[in-house]
Write a protein that binds this ligand. Structure first.
Ligand SMILES: *[C@@H]1O[C@H](CO)[C@@H](O)[C@H](O)[C@H]1NC(C)=O
Length: 362
């Protein structure tokens, strides 16, 4: 009689162990970047112009609440967290007053800030007063310090090595460079500009690695020339080919940096998404993804709903699921969701050398 009971106990403890191991495949996500993954940091920046904490943003978010996400609903950070089976990492600036910071930081943190770019000039110049990528990394070093305090050196290192580091940055640098406004800063030639971006990014990724990151998901720069605001700069309504050309160049640079990092740092692993290619698929084969409108923003006013941003006075479309773009720059919740599906589970054509699902089990 005692044998089956023993077997049963054994089975249960085995499954418990198994479940714990699986659920701890990624204990937490630490998110860096721009508005594509900002979940509310900019709400805490009184002087920032890059904000989305007002209607009609969030119209499809639970409770129809504007949260600071630049979307009609959830964004890429939310869908990646859903895929990982963990809660969305909260904004760093919302945790400043948390009584037990070490504990809060264990659950993941988002440093992402709308308007941020690789270069400090992008983050403070173009859309003004975002948390620069360098500052985001500074904040992460504070978080890392707290984790060491909380867990001890060894366990903190282990914890961070299993965590996922999500990095979505670069679009604003390209947008800022091609900003036609007379207040835009003077420009070097575009190749020099892209070289300065890749040089800066190399140091920034290395710094995140030095603080303990081992598993990186890095998004390539999207086909930014196809967002509604950029289309409006093309008389025929096509994509802004120059912005796309340099986005693709920057993406090549990012790919190269990651390959080199991995060959130099044996315990560094990464997944890279061809975000450019993914957006072009949405635009070229919309019906495959359930889209109808690929050029015009859902929320805004004027040509392509992209002359006036998504403000409370703007109109918004009833058929959000049909649109690739929510506002003049940002995807809809529907587009973010499909993007997350692809990076998590997708083919090598769009996500390599491994997808995120493979990365987290490595
Ligand atoms: C405008 O769009 C067309 C495609 O419709 C493209 O061939 C052309 O190169 C674009 N022009 C610019 C300036 O980007």
């Amino acid at each position: 009689m005692s044998q089956p009971l023993y077997v049963l106990c054994c089975f249960f403890s085995f499954s418990l162990l198994f479940i714990t191991t699986i659920s701890q495949a990624v204990p937490a996500a630490y998110v860096f970047g721009d508005s594509l993954v900002d979940v509310g940091n900019n709400n805490y920046l009184p002087l920032s112009l890059a904000k989305a904490n007002f209607p009609h943003n969030g119209v499809d978010y639970p409770g129809s609440k504007p949260t600071g996400r630049f979307s009609n609903g959830k964004n890429a950070a939310d869908f990646i967290a859903l895929k990982l089976g963990i809660p969305t990492s909260p904004p760093y600036l919302s945790l400043i007053a948390a009584p037990h910071k070490g504990e809060a930081y264990l659950k993941g943190v988002s440093f992402a800030s709308g308007g941020a770019g690789i270069l400090d000039e992008t983050s403070v110049g173009f859309l003004r007063r975002s948390i620069t990528f360098n500052q985001q990394i500074e904040y992460f070093s504070i978080v890392q310090g707290e984790l060491v305090q909380q867990l001890g050196n060894e366990a903190a290192r282990d914890y961070l090595s299993k965590s996922l580091f999500v990095i979505v940055i670069g679009s604003n640098d390209i947008l800022g460079y091609f900003d036609p406004s007379p207040t835009a800063p003077p420009k070097s030639n575009p190749q020099q500009f892209v070289n300065s971006l890749t040089l800066s990014l190399t140091g920034q990724l290395k710094k995140i690695y030095d603080l303990g990151a081992r598993k990186f998901f890095v998004a390539g720069v999207t086909a930014i020339g196809c967002c509604p605001s950029q289309r409006n700069q093309n008389k025929t309504g096509g994509c802004n080919e120059e912005a796309n050309y340099w986005s693709a160049k920057l993406s090549e640079g990012v790919k190269y940096i990651l390959q080199r990092m991995q060959s130099e740092l044996k315990d560094m692993k990464y997944s890279y998404s061809d975000t450019f290619g993914i957006l072009l698929q949405f635009i070229q084969k919309p019906s495959n993804y359930g889209f109808v409108e690929v050029a015009s923003a859902c929320c805004g006013l004027g040509k392509n709903n992209a002359e006036i941003p998504c403000l409370p006075i703007s109109q918004y479309c009833p058929n959000r699921r049909d649109h690739v773009f929510w506002d003049l720059y940002h995807p809809t919740e529907a587009a973010y969701s499909i993007f997350a599906d692809i990076i998590f589970d997708g083919p090598k054509q769009f996500v390599f050398p491994v997808n995120v699902k493979q990365l987290i089990t490595m």
